[in-house]
Design a protein around this ligand. Structure first.
Ligand code: PAF
Length: 282
């Protein structure tokens, strides 16, 4: 695997592959990679001749009181894991390369509507920062396709919207959520949890399953959303939201509909966890 720290070197590599007629798949990450990320690389590999991953902890998607400074940075094990997984090239840009005029002087993006609800309501500016960095990365890598995990369900929808709206010639491929044996969705933030919190964290997945089952029984949505929220609070979570929506994130009115998604964001101590479960109730 080639590791490129400059855009010029990455582009030279990409030009070579393009000359050979290879298609390029892309997996953007913020590093601290786990088995879930490796699955994204494997999925990209199934769809493209060459796979590029990037590691960049993007400052513009973190709020002032969020964990940008303490976000775990583990480049050595990340590089090792990506090489083992069959990634062809890794792009490791600096903040200066990504934002040459600084994060105050950069061109802003605002994706309307979808960035204001759910996680967007609790993390103002977060998804605009995600859209901003992903657009830059698409421009730098110019991939044929890019893989994003379904665990970050709202992020996936924001990126789909932006890609379509900006006419990026990039196919967005969603990847299934990888889970620990007890059902907890894999996440770099799980390592912040102490032993008790780690045991409690599985309640999120269990609560999503409870919501799916309640919808399938035709129970009123607001009733079981409230019940799910109370259960999480009783288990020790501070709940940001518990909701059932349509796949496109518009509000679901009736439980008897196809293509629904239950979504939860809740905090255990200082650690914010998100997860979702897609299901058909009808
Ligand atoms: O999901 C992530 O790791 C990040 O939000 C992404 C898509 C790499 C943008 O910084």
């Amino acid at each position: 695997m080639q590791t490129h720290t400059t855009l010029a070197a990455l582009r030279a590599q990409l030009r070579q592959w393009r000359r050979d007629g290879s298609s390029v798949g892309f997996v953007p990450t913020m590093g601290n990679l786990h088995a879930g990320h490796h699955e994204l690389v494997k999925l990209a590999r199934r769809h493209a001749d060459r796979v590029v991953a990037s590691i960049f902890v993007n400052p513009t998607q973190f709020g002032p009181n969020e964990d940008y400074a303490r976000y775990p940075r583990t480049p050595d094990s990340d590089i090792h894991g990506l090489a083992e997984t069959g990634c062809d090239a890794l792009f490791l840009p600096t903040v200066e390369q990504m934002y040459p005029f600084g994060t105050m002087g950069c061109v802003q993006m605002h994706v309307p509507g979808i960035t204001d609800i759910l996680c967007g309501a609790h993390r103002p500016g977060h998804f605009n920062g995600v859209a901003q960095v992903v657009a830059r990365l698409f421009n730098m890598v110019q991939p044929d396709l890019a893989v994003f995990g379904r665990k970050d369900y709202q992020q996936l929808q924001v990126i789909r919207y932006m890609t379509r709206e900006m006419s990026f010639p990039v196919e967005i491929i969603p990847a299934p959520t990888l889970r620990e044996a007890d059902g907890l969705a894999m996440s770099s933030r799980n390592q912040y949890l102490d032993a008790d919190q780690r045991q409690t964290a599985v309640r999120i997945h269990q609560t999503l399953q409870f919501m799916r089952d309640a919808a399938r029984q035709g129970l009123p949505i607001t009733g079981f959303e409230d019940e799910a929220s109370s259960r999480l609070e009783a288990a020790g979570f501070t709940v940001d939201y518990v909701q059932v929506r349509h796949g496109d994130l518009t509000r679901a009115k009736s439980p008897n509909e196809p293509g629904l998604v239950a979504l939860i964001a809740a905090r255990l101590g200082k650690t914010r966890l998100i997860d979702n479960l897609e299901f058909d109730a009808a």
